[in-house]
Design a protein around this ligand. Sequence first.
Ligand code: ATP
Ligand code: MG
Length: 390
Amino acid sequence: MVKVISISYGEVALKGNNRSYFVNKLIKQIKRLVKDYQDTNVYQDRSKIFIEANEADIDEIVKEVKKIFGIVLISICYRVEKDMDNLRQCAIYAMNDLKSKREVNTFKVEAKRADKKFPINSMEVERDLGGVVLKNVDNIKVDVHNPDIYLYVEVRDYCYVFTEKIKAYGGLPVGTNGKGILLLSGGIDSPVAGFMMSKRGLKIDCVHYHSYPFTSERAEEKVMSLAKIMAQYCGNLRIHSVNILEIQKSINEHCPESQMTILSRRFMMRIAERIALENGYDALITGESLGQVASQTIKGINATNASINIPVLRPLIGMDKTDIIDIAQDIKTFETSILPYEDCCSVFSPKHPVTRPKLQVIEESEAKLNVEELIDNAIKNKRVEVIRSI
Ligand code: ATP
Ligand code: MG
């Protein structure tokens, strides 16, 4: 009897002919993750993926594997050769083991027979193992309606017994759905937006805008720390850092103060679009949420969006801040996001920003600026850093 980790991949399985493509991507990512642990092996057994590993590493591997998108459920199983007697021993062992760790008074066996050639059908397996556990384990009863625990049994190429299903994030493996560029600030929202689009299989990279030396090096380090956390889910991240101080100065000099935020946003979008087109990305991603701040009214978003043609994904658009914070806490970006370093937007932040900008008025202001030259210079001076997931 050996302990192994089982992985179910849900939605990935629904993809018809593409299925093997998705599954292979998933397996590749799992293999990459476990290669740092000794004596591991990844294999498939009839529509599930399994990881063999040293018992001492199993809990940690489960914690890490949970971060791979495309995985729906994870279990720690006991594996035995395919045989009813082995299964009986295993069921007794699994139940005793669980009872030594927590209180369990009632159970139900739930069997699945992926190998239809196995001579005993699922219902018979359930009845047999239920009886064996009742007879050999002290202080336990069957409850078919509301048991304390389920004893799951699966007959595949091997037989597996487990008692817990750990929920993972689901979604699709990163890199199975094109490439996008995330506008990553140091705030709470944009890391969550990147996480959510990665979860749908998008491979993301980031652009970050700063106003150095008005914004500090520590503010930059904060963004890199955020990227480091995100990379655990999203894979390696390329961060394009762009200094927009000259752009902000120019807006400040030539345009009404109230339009500062919208105008600098339009530059951010244009620069991101340029980087996207030059590097083969299919979309931009922002952490905008309708109505959250003055620049995120629908008119504000429209005025910003009108500066570009590339599609913009806004996964947080209909979400409340509290729900966004819940995700930020879950993925562990929150604590870093709330560190109090200044953002480039705070440098020339207007006291009374326009909340219902008229596009024509914004475009008239912008006509006073050397838009293309400002963008060219900003892009020429950008720095690129690669943040590795492992
Ligand atoms: P966040 O928490 O993501 O900073 P926010 O609620 O502070 O969002 P805004 O500051 O209005 O909202 O920014 C809206 C979006 O614009 C951000 O989610 C992000 O995608 C992008 N953005 C804002 N500032 C920057 C920046 N300095 N660098 C890159 N992208 C930015
Ligand atoms: Mg912000």
